[in-house]
Design a protein around this ligand. Sequence first.
Ligand code: ADP
Ligand code: MG
Length: 392
Amino acid sequence: MSIGQMKQKFIDKYGESGQEERVFYAPGRVNLIGEHLDYNGGYVLPAALEFGTTLIVRPRSDGKINFASTNLPYEASIDFTEIGNEKSGEWIDYPIGVMVELKKKDTPVSKGYDLLFHGDIPNGSGLSSSASLEVVTAFAFLTLEGGDTDTVEISLLSQRAENQYVGVNSGIMDQFAVANGKRDHAILLMCDTLEYDLVPFVTGSYKLVIGNTNKKRGLVDSKYNERRQQCDEALSILQKEIPSLSYLAELTREQFEEHQGKIVDETVRRRARHVVEENQRVLDSVEVLKNNDLKQFGQYMNDSHDSLRDLYEVSCVELDIMVEEAQRIPGTLGSRMTGAGFGGCTVSLVHEDDIERFISEVGEAYTTRSGLVGEFYVCGIGNGVEELKGVK
Ligand code: ADP
Ligand code: MG
């Protein structure tokens, strides 16, 4: 939907008021490489996508905040003084959670507004439509209410909204990438300290193709907790050898090879190996991207998938099939699962001339082999949250 069409919908819903409508936007995100490293003190390398959540907003004089989305039928009208009093269990909990956090930060929403959201990120497939919704809300209201729009602060505030008000326990990567992304750049982020660096990632004639397996995720939480436990176990064994070690991802490959024999449990050893090698792959990726060596980066993507499948064991049949079929296409430089695993999406780097073939051949083979229908989204790397000024 164009901004013009969205503005028309806004007027159809709320009418003209003489007050100015303003337009804000926040993207979705994909993690390019660096999986299951955030809780191991390692780096991640996400990027903001070229699709996201748009918000049109206009002040009202009667103190009501009206919520509507083109994506979902649920609507609500709540007095600004009553924001956060009651959780609805509906999508509005995300923007309301943000408003609750704004109040805690002494930049409360101080009057009524009409809001219309529109998202073109597929919901619930791991491309962070929730973070996008939170971040666009936070940025818009800090702008409108005269607060500080520091994008690192916005990501932290949005994460707290999701963790505390919505009640979904998620790390900082999603909100951080959505708030701080930059066109043609990946974000090298240390989740622990929030140190970050924008890494040029000019894909040129290559595009990111995101493949949604549409596999319903089961057992994700228990498997996730099990992985965390195994990493803790490996860490405490290795800390006896290297007392200064505070995270697994701090180990160099050489240190790991020297001490890994101390980890008796073979499964735990494999988990730790993934963490050490994947973290090194992220850093190596940054180096090759600086030289625009997309081919080598693609190889690291493939290696990352192998490691997640064989060492960390968080892939699943559907992800493996989609990645395998993607890697068969001649114009594919690399393909891997992205996100926590056990379902969700793959990300591939594909030459633009081969994208049509990619989508039809990978899609067909995926359905034949898995019995599920995959979906594919082609996109470039876009900007983080911003106000869209002068856009018709
Ligand atoms: P993901 O973040 O991976 O897309 P989540 O389950 O974390 O998946 O978030 C999806 C939820 O976020 C949706 O079910 C909905 O409640 C909310 N949401 C996201 N985008 C929109 C939108 N444009 N309009 C209304 N609700 C949205
Ligand atoms: Mg989410």
